[in-house]
Design a protein around this ligand. Sequence first.
Ligand code: B12
Length: 254
Amino acid sequence: MNQDIRTEIEKIIKDEVKKIGRPDLFREPMVGFVSVEDPSIVNVKEIVGPWHRSPEDLLPGARTIIAYAVPSTKEVALNPGYSKFSGLIWSEAYVLINKKFTDISNIVADYLRSQGYEAATVTATNDYDQSNPVSTWSHRTMACAAGLGRFGMNRILMTAKGSAVRYCSLLTTAELTPSGPYDGPVCLGLDGGDCTICLDACPVNALTHWFDGGNFDCQDLQDLYHDKMIDELSVDTAGTCGKCIAACPLAYIE
Ligand code: B12
């Protein structure tokens, strides 16, 4: 039963991404499961920040968090590195998958309800106050806890499919077997590695500043890029930079 539900959830997520019909932008998703009793979840307020909500805050009786990750194609992953502001297809992929995340999570939640469980979804992004850009639910922390990747120096998760990946997560009262720890490739700057390419790629040195104990201030540049993209590329919305991902030697893994 447990395994059937897990298999069906994975199938729904993979099918829904396929249905977008944009194999030029997105690859097959990865899906992970983590128990609310996992130490990363129990201690989430210490790991992320005191403002972060607990599973119980979002869904009374929550037992499992389902995290899913949509890897970019090589073209999307490398795109911001070739562009002055940000990449047009990076931006297109960003906006498109944000909208789709809502649908996918709702479909999975409906499926869980049809099996007699409760479920709660969480907006993929842009759910924060611009003057204090932090969310009360960190999707990439959930993905990390669900064994989909490990954080790298650019604050981005490194996964089996690279670092150019987008994330979403939802909660359920169903008790589903956890995926176990991540054992894939890791950021080349960790574990004794000396790679600093992502730090050097940030046009406003936001990562270096953060490493030195300062704030993570990439927001201003994103706003500037956003306005330039809208003016010069005639797009409605962008909200992207992505150069710290595009520069990563492991941005795209086959
Ligand atoms: C606010 C926000 C921003 C702010 C950043 C504010 C900040 N101080 O971090 C701004 C606007 C600047 C921004 C920039 C970008 N963002 Co943004 N952003 C978000 C948002 C909405 C909330 C993130 C948040 O609350 N950050 C606060 C920090 C404290 O939490 P966190 O970064 O999520 O996780 C930290 C901890 O978990 C911690 N951690 C450290 N050690 C450990 C150990 C363990 C075991 C665990 C579990 C965790 C952990 O590491 C993380 C980073 O420090 C999320 C969506 C969401 N709700 O999750 C997207 C999100 C994080 N952004 C995303 C993206 C794509 C970007 C950009 C690449 C721009 C773009 N849109 O193309 C850049 C990348 C900047 C970077 N290198 O981190 C993706 C992540 C993609 C990825 N591969 O990781 C997300 C998840 C959106 C999504 N749904 O896919 N973002």
